[in-house]
Design a protein around this ligand. Structure first.
Ligand code: MG
Length: 374
């Protein structure tokens, strides 16, 4: 039995699964959740989905799969320090991006626009939909039938309108309650992971230059340290030594600040955690520096003209796929049509498109729009 704190989530006291199952043998409920996530189809698809760079642009860039593994690594490191439940933290981290569309935010924005008037498209809600409904692996139920605690962590944000439809799971958004500390932690581990790997990928791609990053305090401080310690160090090693120090400093700050917050709050149970303000947080200075770093990335990487061109193409692919399938629902592969009857044709198309990898979407677009008959 792991040595966790009274304020940690506990597999033995889980609120349970939507469909009752026999208790697992040789592993606990949260470990079973993690295992089901790893074996899911949506998890394997993360290998060919991207956030900033399209999958075929290079083999060394992060994909959503490696991103999710980095999030899990960071989250588990902090969970152990805070004596939270590592298994739940890992399950949430591995599942947090399962609902992402192909082509990162560009794909998601396009799908949301297509779904206007049909309930919209929110990627957090879609991650929940994947684990609750869209995975078809088990005889007794749709989805992965995960515990309440993992599902709660997966649903990071949600609009009030959608929260009202989600019953117990949506309640916290309406009552302004917090999720478990494990869920709060997975959320910030996500931020640490993408800020740092986007710098790394940005430099690797040549869209960012090292000199530009000297204006970012969180980066410059560690860069100067490394240069002083290893004069003459260049290229990849210099970048890697700087980034590993950044990640380490962020993890240390997050663990230290959160431990202080938890101590001062006096929370002694998960129920008290839910009623307290968010306790897993960066210090004020670090949070400000992270904001500055995000702004830098937005200005210089996410809005880079080459990224903007890619995003434009991605939006076009998603929008045209949606339009074609909506124009004739018979073109939707039969296994995706059940949702058309259960929900709406638009939702079925959105599920189909959201499940696509970058390259599948490109191929499917070609299949539907290329003039030659394929
Ligand atoms: Mg993420």
């Amino acid at each position: 039995m792991a040595d966790t704190s009274p304020y940690a989530a506990s597999a033995g006291r889980s609120r349970g699964r939507r469909f009752a199952e026999d208790p697992p043998q040789g592993r606990n409920e949260f470990q079973r959740d993690r295992d089901r996530i790893i074996h899911s189809t949506a998890f394997r698809r993360l290998e060919y989905k991207t956030q900033v760079f399209v999958n075929h642009e290079g083999d060394l860039y992060r994909t959503r799969l490696t991103h999710s593994l980095e999030v899990a690594q960071i989250a588990r490191a902090v969970a152990r320090g805070l004596r939270l439940d590592e298994d739940l933290t890992e399950a949430i981290a591995l599942a947090h991006d399962l609902g992402h569309t192909p082509f990162g935010h560009a794909g998601q924005d396009a799908l949301h626009a297509c779904m206007r008037g049909h309930g919209g498209f929110e990627h957090n809600l879609q991650s929940l939909r994947v684990v609750d409904l869209l995975e078809t692996r088990y005889a007794a139920f749709d989805g992965l039938n995960l515990t309440f605690e993992t599902r709660e962590g997966v649903l990071k944000h949600c609009s009030a309108a959608n929260a009202r439809k989600l019953g117990e799971l949506g309640e916290r958004f309406l009552r302004k309650r917090q999720p478990s500390l494990e869920a709060q932690l997975a959320n910030l581990a996500d931020e640490i992971a993408y800020n740092n790997h986007d710098i790394d990928d940005g430099l690797r791609s040549g869209l960012l230059a090292l000199e530009q990053l000297r204006e970012v305090r969180a980066f410059a401080r560690h860069l100067t340290d490394v240069e002083a310690r290893y004069p003459g160090l260049t290229d990849r090693r210099l970048i890697h030594e700087t980034i590993r120090r950044m990640i380490d400093a962020l993890i240390t700050d997050l663990a230290h600040t959160s431990a202080g917050n938890i101590r001062r709050s006096g929370v002694k149970s998960l129920e008290e955690v839910r009623r307290a303000p968010a306790l897993v947080q960066f210090s004020t200075e670090t949070a400000a520096e992270q904001q500055e770093l995000k702004q830098f990335l937005r200005r210089n990487l996410y809005q880079h003209f080459l990224v903007a061109r890619m995003a434009n193409k991605a939006r076009r692919i998603v929008t045209e796929l949606f339009g074609a399938l909506r124009g004739d629902i018979r073109m939707l592969p039969p296994q995706h049509r059940t949702a058309a009857e259960r929900d709406s044709p638009e939702r079925a198309i959105a599920d189909y498109i959201a499940g696509m990898t970058d390259r599948y979407a490109i191929r499917e677009h070609r299949r539907l729009f290329a003039v030659e008959i394929t």
